[in-house]
Write a protein that binds this ligand. Structure first.
Ligand code: SF4
Length: 311
């Protein structure tokens, strides 16, 4: 077990991480995983530390942070493996809820069809579900799942969970060049996500060294296309592309505002024109961001979009 942070996060504010799973025990071995290939592929519940021990460790960390005057917005179950594999997940969640701090969990969704996991997740205030693929072929390519998993059960589990859950549910789709970034796959993913109606559908890209060298970020055009496909399905997409933009304009510095917004949403030309007008600034600011290589212009469906350049 490891308690770490708090980490500043656009999604969760100051998030204190709780890692309850032994290193790299997971039901997937995603090609983009930043902690390398999965050492122990597993779909059965895993024995982890006792809930009291975990609670005590969280308490000590919170006391320490309080002495330093540091705030914690979320207690987040996040692992270098899959947190829902913990055999006593429900007990652990219940015990940390005693701290009266919002809870969050980042899961790969592979166990969500299990009644025990579903009930556990329902106790958490913010749940992030992974959805990188719709078709079985792409799912195998990108997530390299344990052989005992069934994609139909996972999808049904996600649908059922979304119907019963009253907290904030988001999804995360990691885009990998040449694997899940085709128009067809993205449309299928978006249409499925529309069934579960997440509050936000995050689109991310590999920003740290991946398990497999070939798992690289798609082009800015592909990222923009994914964003627009999600949007056209009625979803609320946001980009997670390695920059922590706030998505809101108002620093008073127009260049910073454009960078901040484009790290969350691609901006149409008209939107930039409106921003510049509000700030009484000229198109030179945009040209200078392009020249500095900080934003890129791409075209989609006959419109020009300005996107944050990927590192
Ligand atoms: S689900 Fe998460 S921890 Fe497991 S292999 Fe994929 S990225 Fe890594």
């Amino acid at each position: 077990m490891e308690i770490f942070g708090p980490i500043p996060s656009r999604r969760l504010g100051k998030s204190l991480g709780i890692n309850i799973i032994p290193p790299k025990v997971c039901s997937y071995s995603c090609v983009y995983c930043q902690v390398g290939r999965t050492k122990k592929m597993c779909i059965n519940p895993v024995e982890v530390d006792d809930k009291e021990e975990i609670k005590e460790n969280v308490r000590q960390k919170l006391d320490l942070l309080e002495q330093r005057g540091e705030r914690v917005d979320y207690l987040t179950f996040i692992a270098d493996g899959e947190p829902t594999l913990a055999s006593n997940l429900a007990e652990i969640i219940k015990s940390v809820r005693d701290f009266n701090i919002n809870t969050a969990i980042i899961t790969n969704s592979s166990t969500i069809d299990r009644p025990g996991v579903k009930e556990s997740l329902k106790m958490v205030d913010w749940v992030s579900l992974k959805c990188d693929a719709y078709t079985e072929e792409v799912w195998h390519k990108i997530n390299r799942p344990h052989g005992g998993l069934e994609p139909g059960k996972i999808k049904n589990g996600m649908i059922e969970f979304s119907r019963d859950y009253s907290g904030k549910m988001v999804t995360e789709t990691m885009l990998v060049k040449g694997i899940n970034d085709s128009e067809e796959e993205l449309k299928s993913i978006a249409s499925f996500l529309n069934e579960i109606k997440p509050d936000v559908s995050y689109i991310s890209i590999p920003t740290r060294p991946p398990a497999e060298e070939y798992a690289v970020s798609p082009t800015p055009e592909s990222i923009n296309r994914a964003y627009n496909i999600f949007k056209s399905q009625g979803l609320t997409p946001e980009l997670l592309i390695g920059y922590e933009g706030s998505g809101f304009a108002s620093t008073g510095n127009i260049k910073e505002d454009i960078l901040s917004i484009t790290s969350v949403h691609p901006l149409k030309q008209e939107a930039i024109v409106a921003l510049l007008k509000k700030a009484d600034a000229s198109w030179n600011e945009v040209n200078s961001l392009i020249e500095e290589g900080r934003i890129t212009v791409v075209e989609y469906n006959g419109s020009k979009f300005y996107v944050r350049t990927i590192k």
